[in-house]
Design a protein around this ligand. Structure first.
Ligand code: FAD
Length: 454
């Protein structure tokens, strides 16, 4: 008789409730990773590496890690496993698919991805601050579990010849390059947390906004795949001096709070006024945005950074998203999809939530008239153009004393020859957007053209 542990976004041994409870049963354990339904290619790259490392960790406990590529084949897999050893109990930490009816009785699901238990929050909140205040006042954060007490009885001495293959990525230079930016897995996540606490946390409130400074934790992909427990981070850092950092974890909780009631958030605006809004858009503009060729240095640097590293600083995410939606008037869903495919931390709740926040159609969103100015933002948060120079080789000889963000717009002769002209005029695109949004906000029912979505 064996315990089956199904994992999706919880590739860790420490504070993993499904694994912990399985170990306590003192029966042989089989772990199966089930492929998520929505996974971008860059996150898949991360997952492939993470699964291999996790398999090595589980081998130390003689627990086999199998992989199911499509949750639709769940029953076939159980038949196969039952031919080798009877599956008595199934544990998971929440799945993105429903188990077939005949397994519901033996399945127990724990929640592992959030600090607070969502069921403890009976009211639906639309604004972040009251949500965060209320949940902290009225609910208790879940404490991380102790290390499970591993015992030799839990061994499974069976060689599985099916479901043994872990997913693979096609060879691509992109992945080789990405490799140099990241250390993957549970051990790396713990190391990153330690380093952040030692070297960056004390300056986080100020440093987090400067995109050339590397002042944030970069824990997001580890949290995305559950290589580290958010409860462990919260328990360690939740005190008065780390309010700002904890409130960022709070935004993550809030995104999941909203996602619980709006699973279709990646496609459907939370504010129905925006449902049928988007006009036709320009494909050349979209391609320029994707490839970092808009002629606006900070936007282009950020988009090239994303393609190379799979990550982007939070302020830059806001800037490039605002530029796409509010200057190029391209539907936010298209940007969401691009991010989802290119981010190592592409998160099914946080990514669509954040895109809706920028587009102004979400909950507790940026007001429609707030349109980020890439020149001013660049000047403020990358004053010497260090970040831009890092990602745009076209600016290698640009004089250090010049303001890279403003000067090339105000004095076109300073623009490097091999760097594109701006694809739009910032001021007039801003005005066009403001009048379009004003009409939406004023209208009772919007009936413009449907968006052309991918
Ligand atoms: C358009 C857009 C898309 C985004 N897409 C994602 C996504 O797919 N996945 C993702 O994890 N984050 C996303 N974010 C939120 C945020 O940009 C990242 O969480 C953050 O940049 C990750 O870097 P970090 O780990 O160094 O963050 P830190 O500043 O060190 O924060 C610690 C943790 O708090 C959480 N967090 C921080 N900022 C936010 C935020 N604004 N909203 C929700 N949670 C937050 C993350 O889990 C993060 O790892 C998006 C933001 C925008 C504007």
């Amino acid at each position: 008789m064996a315990t089956l542990v199904l994992l999706q976004r919880d590739l860790r041994q420490f504070d993993n409730p499904a694994l912990y409870n399985a170990v306590r049963r003192r029966k042989p354990i089989i772990v199966v990773h089930v492929m998520e339904k929505r996974l971008g290619s860059t996150s898949k790259w991360w997952l492939c590496k993470s699964l291999r490392l996790f398999r090595q960790q589980l081998e130390e406990w003689s627990i086999p890690l199998l992989h199911l590529d499509d949750s639709a084949n769940f029953s076939d897999m159980i038949d196969y496993l039952n031919d080798h050893i009877e599956i008595e109990q199934i544990y998971s930490n929440g799945l993105d698919f429903e188990l077939p009816d005949n397994f519901v009785e033996i399945h127990e699901s724990f929640l592992a991805n959030l600090i607070f238990i969502p069921e403890d929050m009976t009211k639906e909140f639309k604004i972040f601050t009251p949500f965060w205040k209320s949940i902290r006042k009225n609910c208790s954060p879940v404490k991380p579990l102790p290390n499970p007490d591993w015992c030799k009885k839990n061994h499974v001495n069976i060689e599985f010849d099916e479901y043994n293959e872990l997913p693979m990525m096609m060879a691509d230079d992109r992945w080789n390059q990405m490799e140099s930016y990241w250390e993957i897995g549970e051990k790396a996540a713990q190391k990153r947390l330690e380093l952040f606490v030692k070297t960056k946390l004390s300056d986080y409130d100020h440093g987090r906004d400067f995109f050339h400074k590397d002042g944030t934790s970069k824990l997001s992909p580890h949290l995305r795949f559950g290589e580290i427990s958010v409860r462990q981070i919260y328990e360690k850092l939740n005190n008065k001096s780390n309010e700002r950092f904890c409130s960022e974890l709070g935004w993550r909780e809030f995104a999941y709070h909203v996602y619980r009631n709006h699973g279709d958030m990646a496609k459907i605006p939370l504010n129905p006024k925006y449902c049928d809004f988007w006009p036709e858009y320009n494909d050349d503009h979209l391609n320029a945005w994707r490839n970092g060729q808009t002629g606006y240095p900070v936007i282009d640097a950020a988009m090239r950074d994303l393609s190379t590293t799979g990550w982007m600083h939070n302020r830059l995410r806001m800037l490039v998203a605002s530029f796409l939606v509010k200057n190029l008037l391209i539907p936010w869903q298209i940007g969401e999809e691009w991010f989802y495919d290119h981010l190592v931390d592409a998160d099914p709740a946080v990514n669509p939530f954040s895109w809706q926040w920028v587009a102004g159609c979400g909950t507790d969103s940026v007001p429609y008239f707030r349109i980020f100015n890439p020149m001013l933002q660049g000047e403020k948060f990358d004053p010497q153009g260090i970040y831009v120079r890092k990602w745009l080789p076209e600016f290698a000889d640009f004089p250090m004393k010049r303001n890279i963000h403003q000067d090339i717009i105000k004095q076109p002769n300073l623009r490097p020859e091999n760097y594109p002209q701006p694809i739009i005029d910032f001021k007039s695109s801003r005005e066009r957007t403001l009048s379009t949004y004003k009409a939406i906000v004023a209208a009772k029912v919007i009936q413009l053209k449907k968006p052309r979505l991918p």
